[in-house]
Design a protein around this ligand. Structure first.
Ligand SMILES: *Cc1c(COP(=O)(O)O)cnc(C)c1O
Length: 397
C-alpha cells in the first residue's frame, strides 16, 4: 500500500470499528470478567498492550481499551515499529523513553538543538538520578564516535532541531551507535512518520508529540513512542510501570487527525515554501532556517532522507531589538503568538535571549530569530500580514 492509502486504512480493524467507519470510543477504568480463565487470559503479559500483531485485549483502563489499541496499531504501521506506546503528551513520551533505558551511572549523548523541555529534564530529573549528560553538535555525524564513553547508553537525536532547524545525518550517527551497542532515540515530531521513518534508518525508538501534526487541530495533548522488536518490551514495561496512559477521547481525536495527515502536510509544505521564498527576498531577512533551503544546516540530509516538508521554519533578521520585535509581532492579523505548532492555523514566535538554549556553541541570535508556523490560510493574506509586521519593525529599529 502507498502511504496515503495507509493513512486511510490503518487502525480500522473490524474489532475496533464494528460496523462503523471509525473505531469506537471505549471509555473504561474497570473491565469486567465473568470467569477466572477469561480474566487470566486478558491479563497475560503477552496479551496486554499493543504488540504489533493486534492481539491486545482489554484488562484494565490504564492498559488501554480498543480505542487505544486502534491508535497504537496505526502508529505501529506508520513507524514500521514492533510496538507503540501512547502517553498524555509528547514530553511524557520523551521522558519515559529516556527513563526506560537510562540508569544511575549511565551517560547520555543529547543533541544541542533539542527541544527545551527535554533539556530541562536532563538538567533536572536525569541529573538527580545520577545520569551524566553531554551535548553534541547537531551536525556532528559519524564524529560522534569520539564522544562515546564506556558508560554511554543512549544517543538522543532531534531532526530538524528545535528553533534552528539543523537536519542531522541520522544514518552516520546510527552506525556509530551500533558499533558500541548504544540505544538511539529520535524526536521525530517535525517530520512525522509521513515524511521520515526513523526505524527504517536503524533508529531504535521514534518519538512523536502527537499534539502537533498527528492530531493537527490544536485541541489535544498526546505523545507516542514506537520501538523496534529488540527495544519494544523494555519500552513497554518501563512505561507501564510509570503509569503512563492517555484519554481515549484524545486518542480517538488524534486517530481522526491521521486520516488527513498527508493532505495537511502537503498543503502546509506548499504554503510554507511560498511564504519562505517571499521572506528570502526581503531586505530585513538575513537568512532562512528552512530545511528545503540551502541556507539551512543539513539541507543535504533533508533532501536525501525526507520525503517532504511542513509548515514550520525560522528566519533570522539582520537587525533587531526588543522594541522592534514587539512592534512587529503585536497585533498581527493572522499570525498569533503561541507555543506548539502543527495545527491548521499560522503562528509566530519571536525567540528572545535564553542562555540555556545551547551548550556546544554560543547562542548568537538574540532577538533576531523568529519562528513561523504556516497554516492553511491563503498565502497572500499571510504574506500581507508579515509584510505589514516587517514594516512596523523597520520603523521601530
Ligand atoms: C511540542 C514538542 C514536544 C513536546 O510535546 P508536548 O505534546 O507539547 O508535550 C516535543 N518535541 C518537539 C520537537 C516539540 O515541538
Amino acid at each position: 500500500m502507498k502511504k496515503d492509502t495507509i493513512l486511510v486504512a490503518t487502525g480500522r480493524n473490524k474489532k475496533y470499528t464494528g460496523t462503523a467507519v471509525n473505531p469506537r470510543i471505549v471509555r473504561a477504568s474497570t473491565i469486567v470478567f465473568d470467569s477466572m480463565s477469561e480474566m487470566a487470559k486478558a491479563g497475560s503479559q503477552q496479551a496486554y498492550l499493543f504488540d504489533g500483531d493486534s492481539n491486545a485485549s482489554e484488562y484494565y483502563g490504564r492498559r488501554g481499551t480498543s480505542t487505544t489499541f486502534a491508535f497504537n496499531d496505526a502508529m505501529c504501521e506508520l513507524e514500521n515499529a514492533a510496538g507503540s506506546y501512547v502517553y498524555p503528551c509528547g514530553t511524557a513520551a520523551i521522558t519515559s523513553g529516556l527513563l526506560s533505558f537510562l540508569s544511575a551511572g549511565d551517560h547520555l549523548l543529547m543533541v544541542d538543538s533539542v527541544y527545551q523541555p527535554t533539556r530541562d529534564f536532563c538538567r533536572g530529573t536525569l541529573a538527580r538520578m545520577g545520569v551524566e549528560v553531554s551535548y553534541y553538535d547537531p551536525m556532528i555525524g559519524g564524529d560522534i564516535n569520539a564522544l562515546v564513553r564506556k558508560n554511554t547508553r543512549v544517543i538522543f537525536l532531534e531532526s530538524p532541531g528545535s528553533l534552528t532547524m539543523e537536519v542531522q545525518d541520522v544514518p552516520s550517527i546510527v552506525e556509530a551507535a551500533k558499533q558500541h551497542d548504544i540505544v538511539t532515540m529520535i524526536d521525530n515530531t517535525f517530520a512525522t512518520p509521513f515524511n521520515f521513518k526513523p526505524l527504517d534508518f536503524g533508529v531504535d525508538i521514534s518519538i512523536q508529540s502527537a499534539t502537533k501534526y498527528i492530531n493537527g487541530h490544536s485541541d489535544v495533548m498526546l505523545g507516542v513512542a514506537s520501538a523496534n522488536q529488540r527495544h519494544w518490551p523494555q519500552l513497554r514495561d518501563r512505561s507501564y510501570e510509570l503509569g503512563q496512559c492517555a484519554s481515549v477521547d484524545d486518542i480517538y481525536t488524534a486517530l481522526r487527525g491521521i486520516r488527513t495527515l498527508g493532505v495537511r502536510m502537503r498543503e502546509h509544505d506548499r504554503n510554507a515554501m511560498t511564504v519562505a521564498r517571499w521572506l528570502e527576498q526581503h531586505d530585513l531577512v538575513e537568512r532562512l532556517l528552512h530545511p528545503a533551503f540551502e541556507s539551512c544546516p543539513g539541507h543535504e540530509f533533508f533532501k536525501r532522507d525526507f520525503s517532504g516538508g511542513n509548515g514550520l521554519f525560522s528566519f533570522v533578521l539582520n537587525n533587531s531589538n526588543a522594541r522592534a520585535v514587539a512592534a512587529m509581532v503585536d497585533n498581527m492579523r493572522h499570525f498569533k503568538m503561541g507555543f506548539s505548532w502543527g495545527g491548521y492555523e499560522s503562528l509566530i514566535l519571536p525567540i528572545g535571549s535564553a542562555p540555556a538554549q545551547r551548550s556546544v556553541a554560543p547562542w548568537l541570535l538574540d532577538r533576531r530569530l523568529i519562528r513561523l508556523h504556516i497554516g492553511l490560510e491563503d498565502t497572500q493574506d499571510l504574506i500581507d500580514d508579515l509584510s505589514g509586521g516587517l514594516e512596523r519593525l523597520r520603523e521601530a529599529l
